[in-house]
Design a protein around this ligand. Structure first.
Ligand SMILES: [Zn+2]
Length: 91
């Protein structure tokens, strides 16, 4: 039971962390948080669903855009991990 709860809170933390990253990046730039869909800020490549699996996609793509190879900023990964640990601590 406790393991199931930990797994769900881990996934919940990743989803919330990803959403907060979108807010942190787009709101200061006065962009919509809903449109356009997630994309590479360098080449505009629209990220597919399999590019958006938190941590797993980042690791498989080695932190780079699938289209242009531009490296995603490391602070995004660090921020996501920080949010995850914070949310895990809260629950
Ligand atoms: Zn790109």
């Amino acid at each position: 039971m406790e393991t199931t709860f930990l797994i769900f809170s881990f996934i919940f933390g990743l989803v919330i962390g990803s959403f907060l990253n979108v807010c942190i990046y787009r709101i200061p730039r006065e962009e919509s948080i809903a449109y356009p869909p997630s994309h590479c800020t360098n080449c505009g490549y629209r990220l597919r669903w399999y590019d958006l699996i938190p941590v797993i996609s980042y690791t498989l793509l080695k932190g780079r855009c699938r289209s242009c190879g531009q490296k995603f900023q490391l602070f995004i990964l660090l921020l996501r991990l920080l949010q995850l640990f914070y949310l895990e601590y809260c629950f």
